[in-house]
Design a protein around this ligand. Structure first.
Ligand SMILES: [Zn+2]
Length: 166
């Protein structure tokens, strides 16, 4: 047996044990590690948002492809979510979500995304601060304008949850 073969065999023999040890170490330090990253995200919000945006733009095609794949595989879930939103919009008597008010809001936000501050004067995305699927109202008072990336990442999260998440 060559030295290389011996090493390989030794590695394979002890692989499981080593992996288990690594896992155990992570478990013991998990809270510390998670806290460290949470604090880093809080202290470096702008950098994190910027990095995420760059990463998204760089991998846009892959991200979109994966998203389409995900929707295909979770069609029932999405259909349900879509129907809840549609119902909430249709049942709403509030007629404040109209182009005029949206443009006024865009103006009051200085044409910037409410979360990351990028320019959304060309393309903006309407976000329900409290998601419709969580009982939020389809009303201008429950709306903010975000960039498409932020809105997609926010999803059903509340603004507070989202700010913690990024
Ligand atoms: Zn944004």
């Amino acid at each position: 047996m060559t030295h290389k073969e011996y090493c390989k065999e030794y590695y394979l023999k002890n692989r499981e044990i080593r992996l288990a040890k690594c896992k155990e170490r992570y478990k013991n330090k998990k809270e510390g590690i998670d806290l460290y990253y949470k604090k880093y995200r809080e202290d470096n919000k702008k950098i994190v948002i910027d990095t995420n945006r760059k990463c998204y733009l760089k991998n846009k095609e892959v991200v979109i492809k994966k998203a389409i794949e995900y929707v295909k595989q979770n069609q029932d879930k999405h259909k349900k979510y879509y129907l809840i939103r549609l119902k909430a919009k249709q049942e709403s008597n509030d007629k404040t979500v109209i182009k005029k008010n949206i443009l006024k809001m865009l103006d009051s936000q200085n044409g910037l995304c409410k979360t990351c501050g990028c320019d959304i004067s060309e393309k903006y995305s309407i976000d329900h601060i409290v998601s419709l699927s969580k009982g939020g109202a389809h009303s201008i008072s429950n709306i903010q304008l975000l960039c498409v990336t932020c809105n997609r990442r926010k999803g059903k999260k509340s603004q507070e949850e989202f700010l913690k998440y990024i």
